[in-house]
Design a binder for this molecule. Structure first.
Ligand code: SF4
Ligand code: SF4
Length: 131
């Protein structure tokens, strides 16, 4: 979260405007407050960095497009049954509890998943692909 906050600042975007950082902070995963982040060297903003529309501005653009992207266009993790050992590591580490292990294979709730792909990174069997 500290790295995301610093990079957001460099792009001229206040970290507190980013919903995923707000959510991560609410879950106790860290803090985006620059006062609480140890930074080596000088923190500068990139001159004239052009940000896409954000927050209310983006939402006002098209709720339908956002919903479509969320449900269809964004990749979601899927476990490969030939590799998965049902160890549960991905379920335990998902920051928004989008994964469950009802039987021997984790399944994702696409409405909750924030597509961070931590589960793919952390899986010891490299069993998670993106679909
Ligand atoms: S971390 Fe990998 S091996 Fe373990 S349950 Fe999740 S997908 Fe299966
Ligand atoms: S991509 Fe992130 S939010 Fe989605 S199931 Fe994996 S760890 Fe959870």
């Amino acid at each position: 979260m500290a790295l995301d906050s610093v990079v957001a600042h460099m792009m001229g975007c206040p970290a507190q405007r980013l919903p995923f950082l707000q959510r991560a902070k609410a879950l106790g995963l860290g803090d985006f407050d620059l006062e609480k982040i140890e930074i080596d060297g000088e923190l500068i903003q990139i001159p004239n960095f052009k940000l896409p529309p954000m927050g209310d501005q983006a939402r006002a653009g098209s709720e339908a497009i956002r919903a479509f992207l969320h449900s269809k266009a964004i990749l979601r993790p899927k476990a490969d049954p030939s590799r998965c050992t049902a160890c549960g590591t991905c379920v335990a580490q998902c920051p928004v509890q989008a994964l469950s292990l009802p039987e021997d294979l984790p399944i994702v709730d696409a409405d909750i998943c924030i597509a961070c792909f931590c589960c793919q990174e952390i899986c010891p069997e490299k069993a998670i692909t993106l679909q």
